[in-house]
Ligand binder design. Sequence first.
Ligand code: DAK
Length: 256
Amino acid sequence: MSDVILSEVDGHVGIVRLNRPDVLNALSLELMKKLVAQLEAYDDDPNIYAILLSGSEKVFAAGADITDMADASTFEMYNRNQFARWERIKKISKPIVAAVSGYALGGGCELAMHCDIIIASETAKFGQPEINIGVMPGAGGTQRLTRAVGKAVAMDVVLTGRFLSAREALSAGLVSRVVPKENFYDEALRIAQELAKKPPLALRLAKESVLKAHEMSLSDGLEYERKLFYMLFATEDQKEGMKAFIEKRRPEFKGK
Ligand code: DAK
């Protein structure tokens, strides 16, 4: 039996692919466990500067595995403490690029929203159709989607269960780029490679600071940003980056 996730390293990019094609990459408990472990392994690996998360061209992920939950009681769901696992994805400090083609539904859409840059193929479809199976989003969908696209679109998507096309997701602000399906993966990998060439500490602190925009008041967020900004003046990469600019050459960042 093939593994439910596939991983490989390309230069300084750690790649994870969801791999349950028979069930549209449904996020089983086993898959989530392995996915989180792999993301954390990349986060701990000093050779990795950026992460790429992808499904196949046909599907990113059609949600949590419904067969895992169908017969569960409230108490069983509570005891599984799945939220803790999803919280660990939130704590990954390196930038994660999601390459989304085909369905990104329910937990699949929520997983993409846990990533930092979402690259969508023209065939991507985003949705939170949990309402159609008697529940509602459980891994942040009502919160992250609303923050990304605003109340009007989020209510429509969550209450009706309708899917957003890649173009709609782009104009609503859920994704940042839409690319042809033939090269969605290569384009996402190219962007991850581009991130891997940036000064890693600045990259991590910039990610942290953008994420705080969803959790802090504007004045607290600005203060937080300022402190991280000052911190970067303690790095060799700041000295190198600015010196290289003045000397009109490419910087060589060391992650120090
Ligand atoms: N789970 C399990 N199996 C799935 C699946 C899913 N989410 N989605 C698809 N499959 C399976 C189908 O059962 C089918 O299996 P076989 O019949 O071949 O054995 C196979 O994948 C192909 O699917 P279809 O035959 O349905 O393919 P179609 O092209 O006709 O339709 C579809 C594609 C994506 C429109 C359809 O499969 C579909 O509606 N799928 C379900 C989408 C959905 O409702 N997703 C939301 C699931 S609930 C939590 C964290 C996260 C969550 C909850 C809690 N905590 C932290 C506590 C998340 C919940 C969800 O995501």
